[in-house]
Each structure stands twice: as structure tokens, then as C-alpha cells.
Design a protein around this ligand. Structure first.
Ligand code: DON
Length: 312
């Protein structure tokens, strides 16, 4: 498909999407995490990375924001790489929940399974699966190093966000203890929750996230560093997870509207993966009711429409 698209066409489409969406109003910053509530709501950027490493960036693409739930993709890749696709299916699942990202009901409906590594329950379970078992520092290093390899450069922990989130994450504490009761946390529960909270508090730029999305699109080879981060056989699994539940209860509507496998975060980022073609990230803090960035969604919809692309 990319063969019919020139670099200039893609670049024009990214810039057009930015211009068309930059004045969109609506939504509000994540209010349940104090740090995120105070981020500048006017920030907006789009970055797209091609498999040959060329980047097209417009707007606030070097602003460092909280990665939040987008990190679930990165750590799912680590857990897949360490344990294999079948073990992730058996221990966590790969189902769409059709429910909000922090739903306890979803765990009950799935007969005690966390459903998928891309909702809070499954992401905490994924952190519990990360090796080396029982070693908080070793596990954090594995999560951080994997993130760095996917981004092509280091993220930076936003201490204020980490403390803000740790002090207020009562829903995630409930989820963790419920999963523990069901035997679905595979390491120390408090440690697993802390690792999850810390990974969500990593500061990244839209450009870094676009590079990580392009690494997925490029079957696990980072287009900037040229380093192989994960086995190519995992790409369909990662893209399947993103397609099924990347927008939580709006995942079907999103796929139907855009044809772009994507993952959102309450920090305001949305990453999209077009396998073999590109990885993209749009970022703007104000969110809709489901916790998905209003402007980033609009920008990626605009982009896919003007490129006339669809994963299906
Ligand atoms: O656990 C939480 O609630 C946050 N750290 C992340 C939630 C999130 O990003 C949901 N995605 N849109």
C-alpha cells in the first residue's frame, strides 16, 4: 500500500490533520490523577515514523507527558517475549472487555481472568509476570530497558506523576487484590501494582511513541536504532490486542471508523500501528468520557481518511 504513497503525500496528510484538528475544543484532562489535571490542555502534536526511520512531526512532539496506558502495549510485548503467546493467553487473556479500563465487572465476567494485558487488570498481571520473578529492581530494569528499546531512547520517570498516582489509585489497589484472590497475580501483588504505576508515570514524547509504534509496524525492529526488540512472530499478537481493546468500550466504534489498530492513554496520547507501513502518535491532553484524547482521535481519523488507508 505504501508503494502508492510518497513521503510528500504522507507528510502533507500529517500536516493537514494537524491544521484541521488544532482548534477542536471539548473534553477535559484526566481529573482523577492530580498531576494530569494540571497539564497544559492546549498541547497538541502528531508524529509519524516510517520503517526507514524518517519522521514527520508537527506541533508539540517533543513535550514529555505521562505515557499512562500506552505503556500497557510495551510491557505486553515484554511479557510476550519472555513467556510466549500461549502463556499470555492462558494467564491473562486477549479478550475485548467492552467495559472501561479499570472495570472490576470485566474481571468477574471473564470468570476471574484479567481479560487482556491492555486493561488495568491485565497490565498489573503482566507486570507480575515480568522476569526476574520476585526482584523488584530487576523487573523495573526489564520494563525500563524494554521501553527504551521500543522508543529508541530513554523515557524519564515523572516523579510527581508517580507520587500523585500512587496516592490516589484506590481502584487499581482493589483490582490487584481481587486478582490476587483469584490467583491471577503471579508475583508479589504490591510490587506488581507499584511496577504498573511506575511504568504509567514514565514521561515520553509523541516522537518517541511514534518510533515505538513504528517498531511494532516493522515487526519488532526499531527503525531508528535498527535494533531487533522482539520477534516478528509477535507483531500479529500485539496488533490483535490493540485492535480488540485499544479504545476500551469504544474499540469497535474506533476500528469501524478508522481501520487503525491503536492504543490510548489518559496522558492524552494515542498510538496507531499500520503493519509494514508506519507507526503514529497523536497527543493532546483533553479526554472524552472513556478516557481517550479528543483531539488525538480526530487527528488520526483525519489522517487515515486522507491517506485512504485501512488495516482491513
Ligand atoms: O491506571 C490508571 O488508571 C492509569 N495509570 C492509566 C489509565 C489509562 O491511561 C487509561 N487509558 N486511556
Amino acid at each position: 500500500m505504501i508503494t502508492r504513497l510518497t513521503f510528500d503525500q504522507i507528510s502533507t496528510a500529517v500536516h493537514d490533520a494537524y491544521e484541521a484538528c488544532k482548534d477542536i475544543k471539548g473534553g477535559q484532562n484526566a481529573h482523577y490523577i492530580p498531576y494530569l489535571a494540571n497539564v497544559n490542555s492546549d498541547l497538541f502534536g502528531i508524529s509519524l515514523c516510517l520503517p526507514d526511520g524518517r519522521l514527520i512531526s508537527v506541533g508539540d512532539t517533543d513535550y514529555r507527558f505521562g505515557i499512562e496506558s500506552v505503556s500497557k502495549v510495551h510491557t505486553a510485548i515484554l511479557a510476550l517475549e519472555q513467556h510466549g503467546a500461549q502463556a499470555i493467553l492462558d494467564n491473562i487473556g486477549a479478550d475485548a472487555t467492552g467495559l472501561p479500563f479499570n472495570s472490576i465487572f470485566a474481571i468477574l465476567l471473564e470468570n476471574d481472568r484479567p481479560s487482556t494485558p491492555l486493561v488495568n487488570a491485565g497490565a498489573i498481571a503482566a507486570c507480575s509476570l515480568v522476569k526476574p520473578h520476585g526482584d523488584a529492581d530487576g523487573k523495573w530494569k526489564a520494563i525500563f530497558d524494554n521501553m527504551t528499546a521500543l522508543l529508541g531512547s530513554e523515557p524519564v520517570l515523572i516523579d510527581e506523576l508517580y507520587h500523585s498516582e500512587s496516592a490516589t489509585n484506590f481502584d487499581n489497589r482493589s483490582i490487584t487484590w481481587l486478582l490476587q484472590e483469584y490467583g491471577r497475580i503471579y508475583d508479589d501483588p504490591k510490587m506488581s501494582l507499584d511496577l504498573y504505576t511506575r511504568q504509567c508515570s514514565l514521561g515520553v514524547t509523541a516522537e518517541q511513541l511514534a518510533i515505538s509504534a513504528a517498531t511494532i509496524a516493522d515487526d519488532g525492529a526499531n527503525p531508528i536504532t535498527k535494533r531487533r526488540v522482539f520477534g516478528a512472530e509477535l507483531t500479529p499478537k500485539v496488533v490483535a490486542l490493540m485492535s480488540a481493546v485499544g479504545f476500551y468500550e469504544h474499540s469497535g466504534d474506533w476500528l469501524y471508523a478508522t481501520g487503525l489498530p491503536a492504543k490510548t492513554g489518559v496522558g492524552g496520547a494515542v498510538i496507531g500501528v499500520m503493519p509494514g507501513l508506519f507507526g503514529v502518535c497523536a497527543f493532546a491532553p483533553p479526554l472524552d468520557d472513556a478516557g481517550n484524547s479528543v483531539k488525538a482521535q480526530a487527528a488520526l481519523k483525519h489522517l487515515m481518511k486522507s491517506l485512504n488507508l485501512n488495516v482491513f
